[in-house]
Design a protein around this ligand. Structure first.
Ligand code: NAD
Length: 443
């Protein structure tokens, strides 16, 4: 059992903390807000994430997990400190301010500590940052690792408890050996690398999935202009044995296939900022990063494809009542960071539509634009007398909606299905004016 302090109680810090506690370690999560620490110590998650509340409760009860705002005490009383602070982008470049500040504070505590201590960077940072920015701030003799995180929000607890692999970038053999003890109970492959290899693995992984999404969306645009439904294209392409092999008569569908679908573009706290930071990093070393650049450009304009479909049906959106279903960037999370729904809503407001929006869990951000949105308490209230609806997030509750749910409530049953979650033929037959990403109603 290792004593671990985790700096940052965001989505990654907290999920990492609770899962490391579940693996038998003693974990203290360090945040800045007293109220958040209090919630965690009372067994309550500050975020919506399936399974997180109950695991926090369990770990707090077993006294393996606590939360505090006392940074110095937490670091002093642990063997390993994990950095899980935010690494946003400013002007499309990574901003390492939080990493530097937290490292300086860790260093201040460790300079008086005699026992061997390992600092591990879990935040996503550009290649070279751990070695060139974090290491020089730490006292000599402190162990250093870079341990990228691959969890997916919405499935974060499961991903953190049962990762497909654990990547440990190590400054030296001792750092990696001591740090990897926290994952002793995980049986998945553990890959020991240099610090910058670990950093590059994380960016490559995110850039790959983002590229699959933008590629799918480029195909959606081409399909639409060709008068073809992109769903028919993907259904056939996905059956290729090279993508989904048949083993013992059963087709094995690898997880990446789910990124090869067309939609309103990627959002969330990772792909948008990480692709931009990665492009800036590549450019800083003299590489153009043309693929990543195109991935970002396609994604930036993708949410607006839904508005164009709506305009095709309604012409002017001025004064029209438009329902938007879903604010979170994907289902099973309340995270709205860089959600395509926010771009869609802002554009609808700019076009002077009356927006009434719903999400089962997420909340809209503050700000003058979003104050103009009416938030509906239920789907049926959102759809009431609406001239059109854009279904942005594929929440299970929305997938269950039938043509009649739309027809019985809306003034005009115009449905733009940004995630292609409905069966087009059923909707068209039922008299819905149906279109979606990669399919334009031709009548
Ligand atoms: P987040 O913004 O939700 O959380 C970061 C937290 O760190 C915030 O609560 C902030 O207050 C806190 N913090 C910053 N400086 C601090 C300090 N000195 N002391 C105490 N707390 C401090 O971010 P996140 O989504 O948890 O992501 C964290 C990192 O992990 C990022 O680098 C991100 O790219 C990476 N990552 C995120 C995901 C994801 O799905 N969210 C997945 C993999 C990797």
């Amino acid at each position: 059992m290792k004593k671990i302090s985790i700096i940052g109680t965001g989505y990654v810090g907290l999920v990492t903390g609770v899962s490391l506690a579940a693996l038998g370690n003693s974990v203290v999560c360090v945040g800045r807000q007293e109220s958040k620490a209090k919630d965690i110590n009372h067994g309550k998650s500050p975020y919506y994430e399936p399974g997180l509340d109950s695991l926090i409760k369990d770990m707090v009860k077993k006294k393996r997990l606590t939360a505090t705002t006392d940074f110095d005490m937490a670091v002093a009383n642990s063997d390993i400190t994990i950095l899980a602070v935010g690494t946003p982008t400013i002007n499309n470049k990574i901003d390492l301010t939080a990493i530097k500040e937290a490292t300086r504070q860790i260093a201040n505590v460790l300079k008086n500590k005699k026992i061997y201590h390992v600092v591990a960077v879990k935040s996503t940072v550009v290649p070279g940052a751990t070695e060139n920015i974090v290491k020089p701030l730490l006292p000599s003799g402190v162990g250093l690792c870079m341990n990228p995180e691959f969890l997916r929000e919405g499935n974060a607890v499961e991903d953190a408890l049962h990762p497909d692999r654990i990547v440990i970038g190590q400054l030296n053999e001792k750092s990696g050996r001591v740090f990897s003890e926290i994952y002793k109970k995980n049986t998945c492959p553990k890959i020991f690398t240099s610090l910058k290899t670990a950093e590059l693995i994380k960016y490559t992984s995110n850039a790959l999935f983002a590229a699959l999404i933008s590629f799918s969306n480029e195909i959606a645009r081409i399909s639409q202009k060709t008068g073809v439904d992109v769903v028919n294209v993907w259904d056939a392409v996905h059956l290729d044995n090279r993508l989904a092999p048949v083993v013992n008569g059963k087709r094995i569908r690898p997880g990446f296939i789910s990124y090869l679908y067309s939609g309103p573009g990627f959002g969330g706290s990772c792909f948008p900022k990480d692709t931009k930071a990665f492009r800036a990093y590549a450019q800083s070393i003299g590489e153009n990063a043309q693929v990543i650049d195109s991935v970002i450009k396609i994604n930036d304009s993708q949410p607006l494809q839904t508005i164009a479909l709506l305009q095709k049906e309604l012409k002017s959106l001025k004064g029209k009542k438009i329902a938007v279903l879903g604010f979170s960037f994907k289902p099973d999370t309340d995270d709205i960071r860089e959600s395509p729904a926010l771009t869609i809503i802002s554009e609808l407001i700019r076009l002077k539509a009356h927006v009434i929006a719903h999400d089962p869990v997420a909340k809209l951000p503050d700000g003058t634009i979003f104050k103009q949105v009416t938030v509906a308490p239920s789907v049926s209230k959102a759809l009431e007398k609406a001239d059109g609806v854009i279904v942005v997030t594929s929440w299970q509750d929305y997938k269950k909606l039938t043509p009649d749910d739309f027809k019985s409530k809306m003034k005009q049953a115009i449905v733009v299905d940004a995630r292609r979650i409905y069966d087009k033929n059923t909707f068209v037959k039922a008299g819905i004016r149906y279109s979606g990403i990669g399919y334009e109603n031709e009548n």
